[in-house]
Design a protein around this ligand. Sequence first.
Ligand code: SF4
Ligand code: SF4
Length: 148
Amino acid sequence: MIETLRKKGAGNPLKCVQCGSCTSACPVTLIREDFNPRRIVGSIARFNRLPDQDPWLCSTCSLCSERCPQAVNPFSIIMVLRSVLYENGGEAPLSILKMVEQVRETGLAFPLTPESREKRRLLCLPEAGLSEQGLSEVRRILREAGFK
Ligand code: SF4
Ligand code: SF4
C-alpha cells in the first residue's frame, strides 16, 4: 500500500507522528466514530495494507492535510484509497456515480438551477458550461480514470 501511495504521488504515512491534528479537524469524525484519518494513516504505516475504514465517507474538505504538521497529506492518501478500491472492483457510492454521470453529460459537477443562472447573470459572469472540445476532453479523462 505504501508503494502504491508513492507511485500515485500521495502523502507518506511513514512521516506520521500520530498527533491526531487531522482527526481533531475532521468534520466527518465528529459524526461518524468509525471514520478517523489518524487511524487510517496509522494503520497503513503500521500494517502496509488497506485499512478497514470506508474512504468514501470523507467529505473531501482537505482540513486534515491543512492541519498536519508533518505534511503527511491524509486527504491525498484517502483519495488514493478510493481509487484502489474502485480499481479492484469495489463499487463507488450512488451519489458519486450520479455526479460522474452529471460531469460526463455537462462537464459540471452540479446541475445549473434557474437560481444559479440568475446569480451568474447578476454578477455579469458568462454562462457556465464547456465547449464541445472541453466536454470531449472531460469524457476522455473519465474513460482513462476507469469510469465506464
Ligand atoms: S496530523 Fe499528520 S502527523 Fe498528525 S496524526 Fe494526522 S497524519 Fe499523522
Ligand atoms: S478531507 Fe476527509 S478525512 Fe480529511 S478532514 Fe476532510 S473529511 Fe476528514
